[in-house]
Ligand binder design. Sequence first.
Ligand code: 2P0
Length: 333
Amino acid sequence: MHKQDIVNIILQQQNKSYLNITAQDFACSNIALIKYWGKKNNILNIPNNDSLSVPLGNKGAIVSIKISNQEQYYLNSQLLDINHIFFNRLKTFLDLFRIANNYYIVDIQCNIPIAAGLASSACIFAAIIKVLAKLFAWNLNHEQLSILARLGSGSACRSIHDGFVLWQAGKDKNGMDSFATNFAPLFEDLRIGLLIIDKKPKIISSTAAMELTRQTSLFYDKWQEIVNADLAQIKHAILTIDFAKLGQIAEYNSLAMHACMLTSRPTILYSQNATIALMHKVWQLRNSGLSIFFTQDAGANLKLLFLQQDVIQIKKHFPQIEIINPHNKMIIT
Ligand code: 2P0
């Protein structure tokens, strides 16, 4: 099956003409505590393993779409040239939704760096799906929205939801059971800190890096085992509201994913010297009693996990940090 077949199945009972000429919505980015790394279907973005994430509050993308007789994409107020790396990705995705033979003018305002390992594609593709659903007044449930967002970028399927979000890899070969759901409410006092080391686009895209790891790392099978064990433990930590356990497992899982990438041929190393220095600082602070953990995605930047009660200490030790309350969601009607 191709993406278009999945879209046709999901939209078969839905409106085929647009109800509104323009619509707007927001989707936040999300950070995986248990990582998605590697696909069993590269066309449909069906992952090899389950993953679990937290939302990034009001960090994400506001997307406005206007039905038009021409196609244009704006990213942070800049008209994208046909040669821009994101142009093709957007067009390929929007081509799946030419429901009324229409074109789209898409305006994306993203308040996180693009393609720097901060899940910009997750929030952008999730927001696009939410806006298309508004334009055509589709009556879709969260699972269907999540599957459609997944076709744009895997991690986008987690940005449809609030709380701790679980993306089950699923068993269906067409990925009809590969969607995200809310697993549990977030801890009330959970905070996330962004330590931006490098805003430049990553050295290798996540899509390419995860495929290289899957194909060449001798440790990739082990990674699957690690994910299953870590997922079981973090679910328990969430249900028992055990922050220290949650942080420890998230940090281990992130390190295991990067260790697996390191054993790819050629190797994939997203960390920079500053990344490693900050890891040491987190470990030092933790040894001195501060409950703080890190996680790292496909980029050099780190995200810290801590509780509201430690915010003053955290700001003192990391003056450059941007602190996010994952509960502060931007609502656009
Ligand atoms: C995650 N990452 O779980 C993992 C951890 C990065 C590291 O999902 O190919 O942009 O579009 O499905 O979702 C980033 O990969 O890749 C990602 P595609 P995506 O958040």
